[in-house]
Design a protein around this ligand. Structure first.
Ligand code: G6P
Length: 282
């Protein structure tokens, strides 16, 4: 059936190495961050920078960072961008493996320091279902006695060959905000890239496609009406951590999100599950 083995990176970070007849994958316990996923006989479906140092306490540039419990900059500018979950250690709490898939559950215990940012009693888990496709689900349950509100994203990085050739489709009838301006109407179904792109689409339909030289990557979202489409282009690339100057050429982010009016509000005992599924389109 395959193997699921916990290993330690030379720089000290623990990760789970998954090897089955359907796929190979690697998930770091820090951030519950998957940074490699390759269905057998097909190309990898996630992009990751060769500039990563995999140091404890720094976010990995690539794969699917989990942005929680806020996406982007916090109104308190000294708080970490995209929340704290991506730099916290998660626990691997369930492993199920059968002939058709591997199913892993990670949970986050919010430590004392992070309680400064998030003093609410919340259960947060990330479920990974891996076969010839990957489904990642971020499951929030409000165990507090008061209503909680959060924003979040599965900040997925995709390998797209050449950003100048890339076409992304599935954007018709949407609107977007970019660099705090808008909303602008998305008039065409396809998006092409000629400059820095950093758009929050809302509302956005549940499926988009990335047309790459290696095939079409299909991305679907559940319980998400919003998504971020991002490429930093060359000037911003030079300012990003763990990112080579020309990395922008070979990646794009399309991030399953709950942001803007699509933020998550949970009454006591309510649960919300944000999911994204990625695969090579057949
Ligand atoms: O460098 P990071 O904190 O990982 O953020 C990387 C990027 O994330 C999102 O896509 C934002 O929309 C971008 O504005 C930001 O630059």
């Amino acid at each position: 059936m395959g193997s699921v083995i916990t290993k330690t990176h030379t720089n000290g970070l623990e990760y789970v190495d998954i090897n089955t007849h359907h796929c190979q994958a690697r998930i770091f316990k820090q951030g519950a961050q998957i940074d490699f996923f390759q269905p057998q006989g097909q190309k990898p479906l996630l992009w990751s920078s060769s500039n990563n140092d995999y140091q404890v306490g720094t976010a990995i540039r690539g794969g699917i960072p989990i942005c929680w419990p806020w996406f982007g900059l916090h109104e308190n500018a000294s708080w970490p961008q995209h929340g704290f979950a991506r730099i916290q250690m998660w626990q691997l709490s369930e492993v199920n493996i059968n002939d058709t898939e591997v199913d892993l559950l990670f949970t986050l215990t919010i430590d004392k320091n992070s309680q400064t940012y998030w003093p609410y009693h919340t259960q947060l888990s990330a479920r990974f279902r891996l076969s010839d496709r990957l489904t990642v689900s971020l499951i929030n349950t409000n165990l507090d006695s008061q209503t909680i509100t959060l924003t979040q994203a599965l900040h997925s990085y995709f390998p797209i060959g050449d950003i100048h050739q890339l076409q992304a489709s599935g954007f018709s009838q949407s609107h977007y905000i970019e660099f705090d301006k808008g909303p602008f109407e998305q008039t065409q179904d396809r998006v092409q890239f000629t400059q820095e792109t950093d758009r929050i689409y809302h509302p956005l339909g549940p499926q988009q496609l990335l047309h790459t030289p290696d095939g079409i990557i299909q991305i679907t979202r559940e319980n998400s009406q919003s998504a971020i489409l991002w490429n930093p282009w060359h000037a911003k690339s030079k300012r990003l951590s763990r990112f080579n100057n020309d990395d922008y050429r070979s990646m794009v982010c399309l991030e399953a999100a709950n942001v803007l009016d699509d933020k998550v509000t949970l009454a006591p005992n309510e649960t919300h599950t944000l999911s994204t599924t990625i695969q090579w389109k057949k």
